[in-house]
Design a protein around this ligand. Structure first.
Ligand code: 13P
Length: 248
């Protein structure tokens, strides 16, 4: 019922030349939604070279503000104006390296959804938190901050990415069973906050060392609707193999 979605998060990587090459090598099947999130400065280029293809373009972040004296920030309405469709909010690197609080992430989610863009809200626990048995509490806290400010209508197209921090860029993927368990918990939290119908529509992505050789087993899980892919999205061939794993 939920269409699979595979999103590539390039983080701080890319060049004009390599981006162009990547775009020419990626042609996804119609049964999978595919999004690439390059650094903001490359958004116009990627929108241009991917025009007429199935690949949509996303931003790695957006401001919670609409306009004003916020040097360096980019408003959701500006992304919308360019033709961007998706925006990652609350990636763990932004939370930990740039001190984004749950409340700020929630404000970003709201700004993005109000601009008619699709937020990809990232949640996930650190290794310490998992070992202390706090995974569920952490995810609940991160989601509750958003439930507190974003009413039901803003969740209509929203996507959640569960990215355990200990699995990001480490080569240590959560097992399909571990990931599914948290995804099921997230689905239950959504059901409680939004009701069954809306909760069933939200796509839940897994992120954290998704590779061509582990993607299929992850994507086969009931509540895993695709992936948010970092390192492996940089190579077109690997990214396409991951997209193929999401095909039903
Ligand atoms: P890796 O796939 O490199 O582990 O990164 C995951 C991620 O952070 C995607 O947003």
């Amino acid at each position: 019922m939920r269409k699979p979605l595979v999103a590539g998060n390039w983080k701080l990587n890319g060049t004009l030349a390599s981006n162009r090459q990547w775009a020419s090598a990626v042609s996804p099947p119609p049964s999978v939604d595919v999004v690439v999130c390059p650094p903001a400065v490359y958004l116009p280029q990627m929108l241009d070279v991917l025009q007429g293809t199935q690949v949509l373009v996303g931003s790695q972040d957006a401001s919670e503000h609409g306009s004003g004296a916020f040097t360096g920030e980019i408003a959701a309405s500006m992304l919308d104006e360019l033709g961007v469709n998706y925006v990652i909010v609350g990636h763990s690197e932004r939370r930990s390296l740039f001190a984004e609080s749950d409340q700020r992430v929630a404000a970003k989610f709201t700004a993005v959804a109000q601009a008619q863009l699709t937020p990809i809200l990232c949640v996930g626990e650190t290794e310490e938190e998992r070992e202390a048995g706090q995974t569920e509490a952490v995810v609940q806290r991160q989601l509750s901050a958003v439930f507190d400010v974003a009413d039901k209508g803003l969740w209509q197209n929203a996507v959640i990415a569960y990215e355990p921090v200990w699995a990001i860029g480490t080569g240590r993927t959560a097992t399909p069973e571990m990931a599914q368990a948290v995804h099921k918990t997230i689905r239950d939290m959504l059901t409680e906050a939004l009701g069954e119908d809306s909760a069933q529509q939200v796509r839940l992505l897994y992120g954290g060392s998704v590779k061509p050789d582990n993607a299929k087993a992850l994507f086969e899980q009931n509540d895993i609707d695709g992936g948010l892919v970092g390192g492996a999205s940089l190579k077109a061939e690997d990214f396409m193999a991951i997209v193929a794993a999401a095909e039903e």
